[in-house]
Write a protein that binds this ligand. Sequence first.
Ligand SMILES: Cc1cc2nc3c(=O)[nH]c(=O)nc-3n(C[C@H](O)[C@H](O)[C@H](O)COP(=O)(O)OP(=O)(O)OC[C@H]3O[C@@H](n4cnc5c(N)ncnc54)[C@H](O)[C@@H]3O)c2cc1C
Length: 366
Amino acid sequence: MDIAIMGAGLSGLACAITLERNGIIPTIYEKRSKVGDRFVNGEVLLSIFTRPVHDCIASLSDDYGIYLTPTSNISKMNIFSKNEKADIEGQLGFTNIRGRKHDSFESQLERQTKSTIHFNSKETYEQLLDNYSHVVLATGDGAYAKEIKNFREDLTVSIKGATIEGSFDKYTVMAWIDYDISPYGYCFLIPYSEKEASIAIAIPDLPENADVDICKLWDIFYPKVCSQLEQDLPVTDQFQITHYPIGICHSARIGNTFFVGNCFGSMMPFMGFGQYAAIVSGVFAAYDLCGLGKYEELMEPLRQSYEDSLVLRRAMEQLSNEGLDRIIDSLQGYWGEKLFHAKRNPLKVASFLLRPYIKLKNGVTS
Ligand SMILES: Cc1cc2nc3c(=O)[nH]c(=O)nc-3n(C[C@H](O)[C@H](O)[C@H](O)COP(=O)(O)OP(=O)(O)OC[C@H]3O[C@@H](n4cnc5c(N)ncnc54)[C@H](O)[C@@H]3O)c2cc1C
């Protein structure tokens, strides 16, 4: 059995590490000149999105043998709507770095991999299929899956982000769900040291947002962050992504091709989180290749999470700033405590309750 992994990101490298541990050495093809050779940004693993798993980092090492050191744990989250604020406290998850830094998650995974990585690869999926018995598609997008009619695209999002310098509490993440600055979307501030943080606006490309200029939104958001933190916060790096597709594969495996990470649909439509699912999908593909499970079956819970997340996204698109104010207000106190510290998956419950209503309104979701 010869295995090619296309893409040395989170899912591809997690797959390689798991194969190696089971005595199989794959060959990895990466289009960039080194692992993580892209913009640097802070990301989060929030336990509210990974229930029943409460501690993703512990689960990845104990359950899957994938060892990652986050930047920090998150002990506080400030969530702002237009007129309200909720401060959620407790062990809420972790922050981590992505991209070309030494401690980025992909760099950490690379150091756990022994397999050969061919950088600057121009190999196509078809060429890899010709030369290998099995191909793991881990390119971080659904393009190939779409080409072979195996991808249901549910939305695209546009994102504008920056690295800012200042003085940050690295245990606190901030989120804005205010449709004046990110219509039907959200904004984040994620510190990745005491001196650097990422800020970003993400908006879905809905017809209602057709005339929205994300740069104009930025001109509202960035000064708002500066004034809320009472700091100048100079920008040291910037990125912009337009029409980033979010969707899911009809089949996680077709023949001897495995779709992992975002190629499968690990990026959740509600808030765009996908790191944990991407890593786990890479591990599961390796399990199948090692005869330790069936990939399609192993991916069923992640598929269900995706569908639940899509219901929440569609629900979010029905809300106004007044509705968001009511939700954020109710998160301060009892309901926030219940939602963020529940043992069961609160988003699954919310999605179950919302599903008939969303189906009625949009005619979507399974
Ligand atoms: C701006 C932004 C912020 C995000 N924030 C969060 C967050 O806070 N929390 C969270 O959980 N998730 C977040 N996500 C989502 C998360 O980053 C992804 O779900 C996750 O990285 C997907 O992992 P992957 O393995 O599919 O892709 P990646 O980790 O992106 O890896 C894909 C790899 O494939 C390579 N590649 C691409 N094309 C080819 C090709 N043709 N040949 C060979 N190699 C190729 C790429 O260069 C890359 O190295 C965010 C995403 C974005 C865009």
